[in-house]
Design a protein around this ligand. Structure first.
Ligand code: ADP
Length: 466
């Protein structure tokens, strides 16, 4: 494993060092080259000028003209150099250092110059520059002599050394600053990660609502936000689970409490008439049925929770036939309160669905339409489809649902009127079971209602499952 806390500072230091020292090298070198080039150019300029002057002069007259001699001395002085003028017989006619005048020089450079080839050499190690130029007679175009210059470049090297020292000092300072920055970056990274890790560890230990540390570093902050989302979901899930468990225990306790009251009142009385026993026992049996119904519904829901849409036993279902079967089964219940059940089919509808589960969902809707209806009311089931969806509408002439309760009716154990639901044998789970099944089919369920006039539940499921 690698640690950002080390990598980032190390990259800063190494990168900084390479850049800075490279920069120093480049600066010093280019300065030195530029200085040397300039020196060579100006010497070359004077040398050409001097050979020109010497070439136009009539050699036989007498030595070197005054003006040229003065310029020679001046150039020699200015460029810290020694200038020799060599005559056609390889004899030194003029030496600005005077010492070698009258002597002969026979060197390859001088001989080449007499042959018409200029010579130039820069000795970087010993810091001097040598130049040999032929002096050509302007009229006869013959080489009449050679101008030899040897100039020291020491002074340039001194100034380069000075520049080098200064640049090195600046580079060292900047490098120090970078090291400092790198160390600071390392500390900042370590602190940020340590704090984020600590706050996550606290949550890991179980305190889900412990505050999360928010870093100013974008990537870490983005990651923390992701964790926060996960946490919120976990908190929500744990809260819903708690609520659900408390609801379940409450729902299960209610029939037991009723049975307890019934049984106790029988026990407390002496010589209870057989009639009363029968009455109470009928009530107790009713409560047991209720308890069974709640447990069955809970089991159905819990099974649905663990089933994904892949687990549906899909087949081509004739929705019309399915609805007719449901209505047939529920007709006796409707007849008890003289409620009319009507089925209306707009067209033949076939959809890919799990017939048992879809039938359970629709049964719950029609059952509710009967349960929450007035005597002599009606329930109408309409089936329609377009090329993508099948639509099943269950409308009733019942008591309706208040506007504010509409968003909650699909929640587990939610009931608008607890007493009425209980009286009609409701568990508060029917609509959540129905909506789970519809969602599993990739569909949707909607409700609209006018209190006192009736409600309409609309189920939409895709004709073909993806
Ligand atoms: P229950 O077992 O109580 O019927 P449901 O989950 O099936 O539970 O329904 C939740 C609540 O929604 C019911 O208690 C009832 O108040 C309301 N409800 C459902 N269907 C209808 C309907 N067709 N008309 C009026 N109210 C309804």
């Amino acid at each position: 494993m690698i640690s950002l806390e080390l990598i980032i500072p190390a990259a800063l230091i190494i990168g900084g060092a390479v850049l800075l020292f490279g920069f120093r090298l480049y600066l010093v070198h280019s300065y030195q080259n530029q200085q040397v080039d300039e020196r060579v150019d100006s010497l070359q300029y004077f040398a050409t000028r001097l050979t020109g002057q010497l070439g136009t002069h009539d050699e036989s007259a007498n030595g070197i003209p005054e003006g040229t001699e003065q310029e020679l001395e001046l150039v020699a002085d200015m460029y810290d150099s020694r200038i020799l003028i060599i005559g056609p017989d390889y004899r030194i006619v003029k030496d600005t250092f005077v010492i070698d005048e009258g002597r002969y020089v026979i060197s390859p450079e001088v001989m080449n110059a007499f042959a018409g080839t200029s010579y130039r050499r820069l000795n970087r190690d010993r810091h001097y520059l040598e130049m040999a130029l032929p002096v050509m007679d302007t009229i006869s175009r013959e080489v009449t002599g050679v101008l030899f210059i040897s100039a020291s470049t020491m002074e340039i090297y001194k100034s380069v050394r000075e520049l080098n020292l200064r640049v090195s000092a600046i580079v060292a300072l900047v490098f120090l600053f970078i090291v400092l920055l790198a160390v600071l970056a390392g500390i900042l990274i370590r602190q940020t990660f340590a704090r984020t890790q600590q706050s996550l560890a606290r949550i890991g230990e179980g305190s889900l609502d412990a505050p999360l540390f928010h870093s100013r570093i974008y990537e870490i902050s983005a990651m923390t936000e992701e964790y926060e989302h996960i946490l919120k979901r976990l908190q929500f899930q744990s809260q819903t689970r708690e609520e659900f468990v408390s609801n379940v225990s409450h729902e299960l306790k209610t029939p037991i409490a009723s049975m307890k009251v019934l049984a106790d009142s029988l026990l407390l009385q002496e010589e209870v008439p057989a009639e009363l026993y029968r009455d109470f026992m009928t009530d107790i049996s009713g409560e047991l049925d209720r308890e069974t119904q709640i447990i069955n519904d809970l089991l159905t829901l819990s099974r649905l929770d663990h089933v994904s849409s892949d687990d549906l036993s899909l087949q081509k279902v004739d929705i019309g036939a399915l609805i007719e079967g449901i209505l047939k089964r529920l007709r006796p219940l409707a007849q008890q309160r003289n409620i009319e059940l009507v089925y209306e089919s707009m067209r033949e509808v076939n959809a890919e669905a799990d017939p048992i589960r879809l039938s359970l969902a629709l049964t719950n809707l029609v059952e509710n339409a009967i349960k929450y209806n007035h005597e002599n009311g009606w329930v109408k089931v309409v089936c329609d489809a377009d090329y993508r969806y099948a639509y099943i509408r269950v409308a009733d002439s019942g008591i309706g649902i208040p506007q504010e309760a509409l968003p909650h009716v699909f929640e587990r154990f939610y009931r608008v009127d607890k007493a009425r639901s209980r009286e009609r044998g409701g568990t508060g789970l029917g609509l959540s079971i129905a909506s789970s099944i519809v969602l599993m089919h990739g569909g949707a369920i909607r409700v609209s209602s006018t209190p006192g006039e009736g409600s309409t539940f609309t189920v939409r499921i895709p004709v073909r499952q993806m």
